[in-house]
Design a protein around this ligand. Structure first.
Ligand SMILES: NC(=O)c1ccc[n+]([C@@H]2O[C@H](COP(=O)([O-])OP(=O)(O)OC[C@H]3O[C@@H](n4cnc5c(N)ncnc54)[C@H](O)[C@@H]3O)[C@@H](O)[C@H]2O)c1
Length: 402
């Protein structure tokens, strides 16, 4: 990024910056579409030629559909398509001002890819990773110039999901952070700032949505259809936890859960479940496998939920208070600001309310009492209340949003 590119009429002007994307799978191809729609020339590289062809065909289909629906004109669609160059080598990446890596979630492979890029890209090119779970500091630590490395975490599908988490590593230069944030904001995204810790904001705070629901299932309190019904109809969530896990893939969701558990030095709060492990091992991966928590075969019988409102409320209260506790603890540990925590959960995973506002609405004292009841019953660290919640209640305060 030269000075000319940075400032035009006192404003950041970034559209001339060429964006390089490594990996043309689900995320890379979506991010390429976003950057090209914002007016950038994009170089999209993948080491698998079939993935490049697939990405190109997929984008063509998406753009045609957008034209058919009247969301953009044909010339606009053609211009976006024409700004993406599908590359089977990295030679053109010497022109890029920012690289976003979206390859397989493997630390050693990511490190090698970035080390190789260091010898190709300009000195001031930003190197960003779209990793969901790896430490940005560890990627940066493998490079000669770690100060230009940052996490830029999009959500799937990237063109539709507004939220992007920006994660500076301890080595990241402040200018790199400011520039990256302005760049992604200029693409029409909503950025939040997250500390470089496992799961960042969304994938950390959302763990109990799955984990606590599975515990409720394992204990025989209710079946999957009932828990999903309660979370949607009473809790106001768009999808039930089991429907969502089947949609994400039980293999993928299990791997994320296990990764987060290990990354938190085996904190029992994030302990995976045997139920999910067995589904994953059995190949019951969810929708894509035709079987998961639900049976997706053609003639499968749809299970009816137990629509007892008292039971439903009990389920929602237990899952929501665990989510609230995670959100308060993330605030306590300065993972993100209160405002960014609320934005992340409402825009990244479409929760019906921000969890901190939800806690205030329920009353902090009630939240603490509920968590302490669970803790007393189970005597498991999993149910320990965040010190911030306990402190607020001790001070008779009911505000988390400062
Ligand atoms: N899928 C999601 O919901 C999601 C959401 C946010 C972040 N992420 C993260 O984004 C990254 C990519 O995920 P995805 O779902 O798009 O994966 P994907 O499997 O759809 O795509 C990965 C692509 O990277 C390519 N690739 C692998 N190794 C490569 C290498 N050495 N050089 C060049 N290309 C290589 C593969 O050929 C493939 O096309 C991961 O780090 C993942 O954790 C995924």
């Amino acid at each position: 990024m030269s000075n000319e590119e940075k400032m035009v009429n006192g404003q950041w002007s970034m559209v001339n910056v060429k964006i390089g994307i490594i990996g043309s799978g689900s995320m890379g191809s979506g991010i390429a579409q976003v950057a090209a729609t914002a007016g950038h020339e994009v170089y999209l590289y993948d080491n698998n030629p079939a993935a490049l062809t697939k990405a190109r065909e997929k984008l063509l289909k998406i753009l045609n559909r957008l034209v058919e629906k009247g969301r953009m004109t044909d010339p606009e669609a053609k211009a976006i398509f024409g700004r993406i160059y599908y590359m089977d080598n990295l030679s053109a990446f010497g022109d890029c001002g920012m690289i976003i890596e979206a390859i397989i979630e493997n630390l050693d492979i990511k490190k090698k890819v970035f080390q190789n890029l260091e010898s190709i890209v300009p000195e001031d090119c930003i190197l960003a990773s779209n990793t969901s779970s790896l430490s940005i500091a560890s990627i940066a630590g493998a490079l000669e110039k770690p100060s230009r490395v940052i996490g830029i975490h999009f959500f799937n599908p990237a063109p539709l999901m507004k939220l992007v988490e920006i994660i500076p590593a301890i080595q990241t230069d402040k200018n790199v952070l400011d520039y990256s944030k302005s760049m992604i904001d200029s693409w029409g995204k909503l950025t939040v700032l997250a500390k470089d810790t496992p799961g960042f904001i969304v994938n950390r705070i959302a763990r109990p949505f799955y984990g606590e629901s599975i515990r409720i299932l394992e204990e025989g309190v209710a079946d999957v259809a009932t828990i999903d019904w309660a979370m949607k109809e009473i809790g106001g969530f768009r999808m039930g936890p089991f429907e969502l896990m089947d949609y994400i893939g039980n293999d993928v969701n299990y791997t994320v859960t296990e990764t987060v558990f290990k990354a938190f030095f085996y904190d029992p709060r994030y302990k995976p479940s045997f139920t999910q492990k067995r589904l994953s091992e059995a190949g019951y991966h969810g929708r894509k496998a035709g079987k998961g928590y639900y049976d997706y075969s053609e003639n499968a019988e749809k299970r009816a939920p137990n629509t007892d409102k008292v039971l439903g409320q009990k389920i929602v209260d237990r899952v929501v208070v665990m989510l609230i506790n995670e959100a308060i603890d993330a605030l306590f540990l300065n993972i993100a600001s209160a405002e960014d925590i609320e934005t992340a959960m409402t825009k990244g995973v479409n929760y019906p309310k921000g969890l901190l506002a939800w806690a205030e609405g329920k009353g902090l004292e009630n939240c603490l009492a509920q968590l302490d009841d669970l803790y007393d019953l189970y005597r498991e660290d999993r149910y320990r209340a965040s010190p911030l919640l306990r402190k607020k209640v001790k001070e008779s305060a009911n505000n988390l949003m400062i």
